[in-house]
Design a binder for this molecule. Structure first.
Ligand code: ADP
Ligand code: MG
Length: 340
């Protein structure tokens, strides 16, 4: 029988990183969420080999104070909460202070260039295999740019796994699409090689971004949906019965600004279309739920995709009911148009 021993820090970090950083798209998500939390108006993402060899995210956000820069890459260091009491009122996408440390521990090198509005010059930091390798002053615009080189090069098991579908650009496009929908006031651009794969402009409504994603014709048939109850409120846009998708994954659901997968909510929406669309088809929709933080637990999983909601039944029946109402008033207005 082998004896029990404590693992060294590097091994602990690599194991923990596996929880948050599953594939290149997870790195993109964490970096772009940091840009959003930093108040960026524009976020530029560049990748090579589906993100395996190179990921670069550049923003025009607040930048990182030169003294804080090395701290940003340590585990459980964050500027977003100061203690457990803040967990009840999280207003940012990040709060665990794990992402940068995790990314640095599972990639060959990470480089950061950053500058705050007040700093006289920019700062540069290079981390190799999880350890600080170089720091210096550099010229930099206000904002932050982070490059991740050769993800999982030091985690052979993961690297092998990446040969398959995990490293596809489509996962990265999906991540950016979700973030761009809910943050339509931020411009996003993704390019790989010399091709632009996603581009959105700053806007003050959903129309622009949804037109880009679903097409102008489909968006013309979308109608707003609103519902509310004790401690929660939903705003959304739901498609008509003519612009359908075969798979249900064009129902985008957000809870307090975070993309989530909620079978119950997607199911509740589809229920309203059940008798008017063919089986196997699904409407296009965006549902954004704002809910009092004490009614939702975002702390369930590090990747934060899964959440638990109190009052889920109340919310779901409201979605079905409101969607059905919207659809019938839409059908009536189409019918009266035809009579004219
Ligand atoms: P978290 O987002 O949970 O706080 P991270 O490891 O993702 O943890 O980031 C650590 C800290 O580094 C953040 O709290 C923030 O202060 C800083 N940071 C990271 N990325 C950026 C960025 N793009 N702009 C400004 N600050 C950043
Ligand atoms: Mg973060």
């Amino acid at each position: 029988m082998k004896r029990i021993r404590a693992l060294d820090e590097e091994t602990v970090n690599k194991i923990a990183a596996g929880e948050v950083i599953e594939r290149p798209a997870s790195v993109v998500k964490e970096l772009v969420e940091n840009s959003i939390d930093a108040g960026a108006h524009k976020v530029l993402i560049e990748v090579r080999d589906g993100g395996k060899s190179f990921i670069k995210v550049t923003d025009d956000g607040s930048g990182i104070d030169p003294d804080d820069l090395p701290l940003a890459f340590q585990k459980h260091t964050t500027s977003k909460i100061s203690g457990a009491q803040d967990l009840e009122t999280i207003g940012t996408l990040g709060f665990r202070g794990e992402a940068l440390a995790s990314i640095a521990s599972v990639s060959e090198a990470v480089e950061v260039r950053t500058k705050t509005r007040d700093a006289l010059s920019g700062s540069y930091l290079r981390i190799e295999n999880g350890k600080v390798a170089e720091t210096k002053e550099v010229g930099s615009p206000v904002g932050t740019s982070i490059v991740v080189w050769n993800l999982f090069s030091n985690v052979p098991a993961r690297r092998k796994h990446l040969k398959g579908r995990e490293a596809k650009l489509v996962h990265i496009i999906d991540v950016i699409t979700e973030l761009a929908i809910i943050h339509y006031d931020i411009a996003f651009e993704l390019f790989s090689g010399s091709r632009t794969h996603f581009k959105s402009a700053r806007s003050n409504s959903w129309d622009d971004i949804l037109s880009r994603i679903f097409g102008l014709k489909a968006v013309a048939g979308m109608a707003p949906l609103q519902a509310s109850g004790r401690g929660w409120r939903i705003e959304g846009m739901i498609g008509d019965a003519f612009n359908l998708r075969a798979s249900p994954d064009r129902i985008f659901i957000f809870v307090n600004g975070r993309a989530v997968s909620s079978r119950p909510m997607a199911g509740a929406l589809r229920e309203a279309y059940r008798n008017i669309i063919p089986p196997g088809k699904s409407p296009i929709a965006v549902l954004s739920l704002e809910i009092s933080p004490d009614l939702v637990d975002v702390n369930v999983h590090p990747a934060k995709r899964e959440i638990r909601l109190l009052h889920e039944n109340e919310i779901c029946s409201a979605v079905t009911q409101e969607a059905a109402l919207t659809l019938s008033s839409y059908a009536k207005s189409v019918a009266s148009e035809r009579l004219k």
